[in-house]
Design a protein around this ligand. Structure first.
Ligand code: FPP
Length: 241
């Protein structure tokens, strides 16, 4: 398939792409604007990337929207982030329905304000029978927290000697395809507590582009780069050498 001038192999699309959407604050600072303007511009990028993901037939897109560490930010910034999320839910509802998109959340949303939490839950419910792209919004999410809550559930059930496959049933991502590709924008070369378990064999794509400037085209180029990598999963593929 050729899309926006980029040739992609439909058969080897990644099943699941994760994105650490970083650089909103710096984008705003560079323009002499308050950080919240960067988040607003970042929310527009979310719309563009969701649109192109659905278009190419991606199965799952995980977006790191708010980490367990983000509570340390100024109150005003936290409020803006959640208000952008509520706006997104409101303005994108029909689009998501029309495009057969499903929404799930990773993270502990019991800590969110009631308004945000209930509008998220309502939207997830409305989209639950959709069969196209799944957006996995990671909110109040931390990879270590995810693993610990899984361990605690296992302990409370008195399970012993669980296997990897059994353990995975207690992760937020249970039922989603393997995380094939993880993109991080803004030039930071870290995983920052995102999908620690799921990233065991993930391919990484780091770019200096700040999240508000991340285009559909660069997203497709990241997928193209993924398709050019040789994944071995710890094995040797070519036994002749
Ligand atoms: C990182 O930029 C970004 C975030 C902490 C939040 C991501 C949120 C959005 C893209 C907008 C809302 C989301 C949805 C789903 C509508 P940063 O502030 O850490 O940037 P910096 O490192 O340059 O300071």
């Amino acid at each position: 398939m050729k899309i926006l001038g980029i040739e992609l192999d439909e058969i080897r699309l990644p099943q699941h792409v994760g994105i650490i959407m970083d650089g909103n604050g710096r984008w705003a600072q560079k323009r002499g604007l308050p950080r919240v303007f960067g988040h607003r511009a970042g929310a527009k990028t979310v719309r563009r990337i969701v649109e192109i993901s659905a278009k190419i037939g991606l199965k799952c897109l995980s977006l790191f929207a708010f980490s367990t560490e983000n509570w340390e930010r100024p109150d005003k910034e936290i409020k803006t982030l959640f208000s952008l999320l509520r706006q997104y839910i409101k303005t994108e509802r029909e689009n998501l329905k029309k495009n057969n998109i499903k929404l799930i959340v990773s993270g502990d949303i019991s800590k969110l304000d009631l308004d945000t939490k209930s509008s998220l839950e309502q939207l997830m419910d409305e989209l639950k029978n959709n069969t196209g792209l799944t957006i996995n919004l990671c909110i109040n999410y931390g990879g270590r927290q995810e693993i610990i809550q899984a361990v605690n559930k296992i302990l409370s059930l008195n399970l012993k000697n669980v296997t990897e496959a059994e353990f995975e049933k207690f992760l937020y991502t249970y039922g989603l395809p393997e995380l094939d590709l993880l993109i991080r924008t803004s030039g930071e070369l870290r995983i920052s507590n995102f999908m620690l378990w799921q990233a065991a064999y993930t391919e990484f794509y780091f770019t200096k582009t700040l999240w508000p400037d991340f285009t559909q085209k660069e997203f497709l180029l990241a997928i193209k780069e993924f398709q050019n990598r040789q994944r071995r999963f710890g094995k040797i593929l070519d036994t002749k050498t």
